[in-house]
Write a new protein. Sequence first.
Length: 743
Amino acid sequence: MTYASVIVDLTAQAVDREFTYVVPDEFNVSPGDMVLVPFGNKRLEGFVTSVSETTDVPQGKLKPIRKKLFEQSVILPELLELAGYMRSRYSCTNADALRSMIPAQLRGGRIREKTVRYVTLNVDYSLALERTHRAPAQRKVVEALKEGGRTSAELFSQFDIAPAVLSALKEKGVIGFSAHAVRREPLHNDGGRGNTDPVLTDDQQFVADRLIKEMGEGQTFLLYGVTGSGKTEVYIRLIREVIKQQKSAIILVPEISLTPQTVGWFHARFGDLSAVIHSGLSAGERFDEWNRIRRGEAKVVIGARSAVFAPVQQLGAIIVDEEHEAAYISERSPRYDARDIAAWRVQKNSGVLVLGSATPSIQSFMRTSPKVRPENRIQLLELDKRVHNRPMPQTQLIDMRSELLEGNRSIFSSCLLKELKQCMKNGQQAILFINRRGHSSFVSCRKCGYVVKCPNCDVAMTYHLNDRTLKCHYCLNEIPLPGTCPECASRFIKFFGAGTQKIEQEVKNFIPEARVIRMDADTTSTKDAHAKLLDSFAKHEADVLVGTQMIAKGLDFPNVTLVGAVAADTTLNLPDFRSAERTFQLLTQVAGRAGRDKLPGKVIIQTYTPDHYAIQCALRQDYRAFYHSEVLFRKRSMYPPFTVIARLVFLSKDKCGCQNTANNALNEFKSQVEELGLAGTVLSVTVSEAPIKRIREEFRFQLIAKLFSGSNVDLIEGVMHRIEQKSDDSVKIEMEINPNNLF
Ligand code: ADP
Ligand code: ZN
Ligand code: ZN
């Protein structure tokens, strides 16, 4: 008798263990297989974790596996082990971890391989002709099949025949049908860099050599390379070596839809050896790409966060491009950090992990310090110049307060406007960046100061020009723009805080002939919209690209010579300890879009806080200076990475109930910490209203614990997790460790 241990696909804690089933003689089952098993009075899908010839479970209690769902195993042995690691590290269930590793469509049998009906001759060609000599339509089909099989769709379209013709031929035994799998292939464009590898510069070669030399050591490297230093070509060279050694590579990018060019470059170089997986694909495309990886046909996987689980065998390298991006941390359970998963996998496979960025996260850069313990240390590699010594763009700071004093009330400083006009005159292109969509971020009455807020949320509503409505960006509620102040009936409604639509409008006002493309969440909601807009800009069908942070990353347009950061302080004023880091990253990245090819670039940063170190360092594009100031600030205020922030958010329509639950949780937290002797791990713990007090009619309170980073953090996480688990219907609780934002 053979027995299989199975994790059933339910995420409840209570069933988070292996259940034993009998493997019927009719099929072979091995670890990683997906199976259908009886569970209580239901049938559930499950994952086989191990197979054995013996069991302690009494025979009377054992039930057989009903079905094996896929011919091939779905979870590689390595990933089964990884699920165990995730379970302990992120306090999630096994099922949670396993689910995150496979395309969602694989579960519940919602998708299969796409097949087409394929038609072939069943008898000799001459015999087939004989049997159809009085049926011209049938004969045409036979002749078409002389050289080999065709799909029925081809036959229909080519000969304009009725389906009955094929049925008749089948009846006579002349033809047979079979199913052929076809691949649903995602759209690619090659990003305009061609398909041959350029000769590396000496600096690039040096870095590539080092990576290749230490490839088999399971090490992590931080590649800090300024914008335009040619990191992509270094990645490509490393992957060439990986493939030469018959291994595979994974490249993670923050959000595929925002980086269609990068995807295109890899596809152009590696062709069908590459696969792309991300949420923008149709379910079918996703499934097919995953299958090609699983079967080993695709050895170079490009994808967003979840691609770190790609079922490649013989993993040689993982590359995390723009490693500083928050998108690498999952916001749902399991709240994993793709960089940690990547480090685990390369260690397991003796591969190499490369974290690449022009603005590394504070956390990663800090780990390159010689003071860090060797097991946590990562190696720093640097590309400090642009390819072929192309100059870094020239930057200029504009103090918008002085513009105001000089009577310029426009959102463009006179300098930015002058440069923009010059840029248009030269037939070059410009990028204008503002991290806010819509027309105005709030509207307010000039007489009484009333600000229109969303009735469901504690946030100001954003004015959208195209349909003249006020929209809430949190609950998507919309109301028409009031003609008079709802509070005092005055007609002096004013717009404040420019967004992308306003910039677009102003460019058209000042330079009517300029063709503008706007890229923000509103213009990119449809499939492939990002790629189409960027493609159009690349073809110079527009002169100015206006956009939110979506346009800051990774874009490479040789003809862009001017970049304007229209309101550089937007992100600086957010109530979050990472606002300086976010601002520095965004400004440095967007500045890096200028002058990437032969034409030199110019960057204009408009700000009301010109002295802030984030702005000053971005102006000088001086990452190290920023790093040192930021580390000082984090240390002084005891923020990560010096501490770990653990947060519980309480949500309920009942404000009192919400607040009470939060306060009770605080007491429980304190007493458990006491009981477990963990007082030394907790620096502070408080309960307060969240900065955004209400979203979608739900009041929001938060418990924030600052923990000393160190060995007991996971025990505290356990405490919080138990509190989170207790939430009932009236008050929802969400737990986050080092949350992406603290709103
Ligand atoms: P990064 O990702 O570091 O910002 P990229 O990899 O996008 O930089 O490269 C910047 C530009 O330099 C691109 O246009 C790229 O095609 C070009 N480039 C990179 N390496 C080379 C090289 N060795 N020879 C010529 N051009 C290169
Ligand atoms: Zn008013
Ligand atoms: Zn709202």
